[in-house]
Design a binder for this molecule. Sequence first.
Ligand code: SF4
Ligand code: SF4
Ligand code: FES
Length: 914
Amino acid sequence: MPTIYIEGRPYVVREEGKNLLEVCLSLGFNIPYFCWHPAMHSVGACRQCAVKLFRDETDTRGRIVMACMTLAADGTRISIDDPEAVAFRRQVIEWLMVNHPHDCPVCDEGGECHLQDMTVMAGHVYRRYRFTKRTHRNQDLGPLLAQEMNRCIQCYRCVRFYRDHAGGRDFDVLGWHDGVYFGRHADGALESEFSGNLVEVCPTGVFTDKTLKRHFTRKWDLQTAPSVCVHCGVGCNTLAGERYGTLRRIQPRFNGEVNSYFLCDRGRYGYEFVNGDRRLRRPLVRDAQGTLQPATREAALERAAALVRGGKVIGIGSPRASLETNFALRTLVGPERFYHGVPERELALVRGMLDILRQGPSPSASMTDIDRSDVVFVVGEDVTNAAPMLALALRQAVLEKPMEIAESARICDWLDAVLREAIQQEKGPFFIASPDRTKLDDVATATYRAAPDDIARLALAVAHEADPAAPGVPGLSAEAQDLARRIAAALREGRRPLVFSGAGCGSLAVARAAANVAWALNRTGRAARLSFSVPEANSLGAAFFDAPPIEAALEALRRGAADTVIIVENDIYRRLDKVSADALVAAARHVVAVDHLDHPTAARAEVVLPAATFAESAGTLVNNEGRAQRFFQVFVPRGEIRESWRWLGDLAPAAGRGAANPWPGLDDLLAALARAMPVFRDVPAIAPPAGFREVGQRIPRQPHRYSGRTAMTADVDVHEPEPPPDPDSPLAFSMEGYPGQPPAPLIPRYWAPGWNSSAALGRFQIEVGGPLHGGDPGRRLVAPAPAEGSPYFKDVPAAFVPREGEWLVVPAWHIFGSEELSVLAPGIAELAPKPYVAVGPEAAARLGVGEGDEVTLTVGALVERLPVRVRPALAEGLAALPVGLPGMPVVALPAWGRLAKLDRGDNPRATGQT
Ligand code: SF4
Ligand code: SF4
Ligand code: FES
């Protein structure tokens, strides 16, 4: 380990090869910086991080260097406090601030601004410039991001993130001499799914959260808690902030294994459903006239308890509900009367993937593993739309192989601009097999467009090439065989190969074929990893429950084995086609719905119990990797809203399960879960229990700068109310508590003296850019099995044969629109497409339709009139139907369907489910 000298004192550096800036920050020194970012490294653009470097102990003059561009080699001697270095840094910030409007009091970034912090840190306290400032016109960048270009200090972080890191193309640095401008060529919504990260990446208030602006509050007035994104299966870690009972914003919470520094825009901006008008806020009970009427908590519970007592009750759980809620329902109704909240096909698919991860030799890949993969094979997945943050990681993976060029040229891996110059357009081997074009195609070595069965066949052929003991694929085309050989050769040569698949195609054959590829590599001595994307926040967690699918619940109701159904955090009209969902409701004499959203299922229930969202409750979700992660309550909702598991606990006595709620707190429920289902035995330990205290104190959700707490409720009572109790966590709804750093799973915000922006995170990490003190939160529930015990999947699907007059309709996923909760946020809804059916150009020609023309789509009993989108890359014989969009009927896909051109004059009402 190298030793460096700062102000003449020796410091041992944990790791060789780092630059002086990250080393000094990790050692706890303050050096101002702008253009360096721990995830994007050094370019030496801003000149803010100057320090004095000395040749040796005899050198008394030294020279100014940029800390971010200088290797912290053994014996390096520097001074941060040297008067020349201090003056240099002060001058730099002065010139960077020349055109800045100094509008902190009205800036959304104010109080949480890296520029403010660095200005203070660098000692620029007096403004000498008295001439006209350069000003810019701001752009309308869509519903998610606000821009105030006059605050720019030209650090180039935004364009480096947007283009180099995230692969966006519609944002750039524009302009001339001092008119440098960072934006789009013209007004319009930014195309990148990761544009929201500009809010943190930009060290000033140029890019700010437009959704927060609509219900703005000063950042120090937010009550925050550690949370987990609920909008897809990746489970990115978040910090959720509330003021006046309204959820105001979502920020990334660092987890080096899951989402690192960033979030996708669905995860960042989907939160507004919590404040939306679709929320259920009061219990509802159906009256004698058949109308749902508001009721008190006691009356609703009494009615629900009577139904539980007197009926043959079953429960339907949900992959968007926590482990605790699913378990509480299972306990209430009994394990044999508990049903999954998803249809058979999806359950088989997700459970199949879980079995692969638990019974196969390939370890499940974390995001860091994905990021560091040097050869990638994507099997049947549109990653950007299914698991967005994993697509961002895959974009970084394509640079891993070319980094070998840099290694051989002895270029430090943090010299970002030098590295990019050295590797030019080189990209690592990256293969994508999918039914249609994906947003990662621009970095792919080769793409293969085919139907799901042909994608599975290609992957099986790759597995066979990698290990001849894996089943071969008869009748493969010469072109596919050749591609399989290329992919297998590249994977075999990789140091860290990755196979990525998921539920996107709706095909278990595809997932199993992907498993064969990874297993073939593992069995032949390669350290291959496997990653699956799953549809919802707790899809994998719910798959651990051994229960039948939702169709079996319908069957139980039909044959009279049950007459009452409790449906928790689930709209069955999004799971089943309307005919089947209607049949389920009709077959049940009584329906109790527990949810936070008003939806068709709740509208048909006899009793509706208003549930807490993720922001109003605590619980555990299992992500696509098999990692169990805890989220915590951010605020106590008004009215009768309660956690789903608490409602279910209150009903337990009615089901003969004790005299009172068996789970007064989350820890009681977690202990019961671990006892009843050994697979979850580690779950209670993933975060400290409610009784945990630091120096005898709770962890405050409110920062020490929180203002107005005595005035907030002055309209009700001039006395400050007692903070609500929290029986479920060691966090407090208060400013009072332990002021230091809590254990990683409990960190409610990042702040350190002198660091008010998200850059304060560096003070919470073992070393800047590395894991949090105490390790990154969460615990994996899956571990690979020995290679010998897991035979290959043997089934080889028949080659896909297009049909005359029919199309295989495959699912199409949209980051904005396909997910049930985020699409209720106005910003996301604005970006979501309208329902459509996509066909290839040949099919469009055969049908005689063009873009926007209407067709009738018939799939089984579904007849739907839809506009056409012509997708040049869609595989022959396929049509694609978007999943989950508002107004889109539910149909199990893939399925064969017919398309017919809709002539003018056709009855527009002759559509819909029949
Ligand atoms: S807009 Fe922000 S991130 Fe971009 S160059 Fe200006 S200050 Fe830097
Ligand atoms: S990738 Fe998924 S979990 Fe992560 S922020 Fe986006 S929607 Fe949320
Ligand atoms: S942070 Fe070192 S030059 Fe910008």
